[in-house]
Design a binder for this molecule. Structure first.
Ligand code: URA
Length: 184
């Protein structure tokens, strides 16, 4: 088992896949290491690639608003991505990249031991919950696995493209907090 510091060091110097040669900075997850709620998204965008910090671009601003809507802040949660490096042009992560990067996510999850995992968007939901997850039909539904409740919501970038999905997503966020309170 590794410490958070060791894990951060591995990600910082990772060369497990070719994204190591196109990235500006790897993007390790961030937030409270005692958080009950872990959010898992897809891969860093261009702004995150520059900053080395997850969700600092436009999708991140919307994510912060969704958190605020249910009285959560980034200081209370942990947020990370399946891929720690930006795929050029924001293309979907390749299966090989996801597999090479997955051990980092596993260690983050071991260290955090979250009570709740929230997948942000289809790519994370299909990797973490089930390969045939349908985000339009199944967002906001819950499964329980190894003392952890898992759900998925629309990715904030999808909400920027289609704001009609915002209301249902606000409800999904409220239910995340309700689930946290129920599990306490
Ligand atoms: N989109 C993601 O999936 N992750 C980020 O960190 C930023 C945008």
């Amino acid at each position: 088992m590794y410490t958070w510091e060791e894990l951060e060091g591995f990600v910082e110097h990772c060369q497990r896949c070719p994204l190591a040669y196109s990235r500006k900075r790897p993007v390790m997850g961030r937030g409270n290491h005692q958080a009950e709620i872990m959010f898992i998204a897809e891969a860093p965008g261009a702004k995150e690639d520059e900053a080395g910090i997850p969700f600092v671009g436009p999708a991140g601003q919307l994510f912060d608003q969704l958190l605020a809507g249910c009285s959560l802040t980034r200081d209370e949660i942990y947020i990370t991505n399946i891929l720690k490096c930006h795929p050029p042009g924001n293309r979907d992560p390749k299966d090989t990249e996801k597999e090479q990067c997955f051990p980092y996510l596993k260690y983050e999850t071991y260290l955090l031991q979250p009570k709740i995992i929230v997948c942000l968007g289809r790519v994370a939901a299909q990797r973490i919950i089930t390969p045939d997850f349908r985000i339009t039909k199944q967002h906001g539904t819950w499964i329980h696995r190894k003392n952890c409740a898992l759900t998925a919501v629309y990715h904030p970038s999808a909400l920027l493209r289609d704001p009609t999905k915002l209301e249902t997503t606000k409800n999904d966020f409220k239910e995340i907090v309700q689930m946290r309170d129920r599990l306490r």
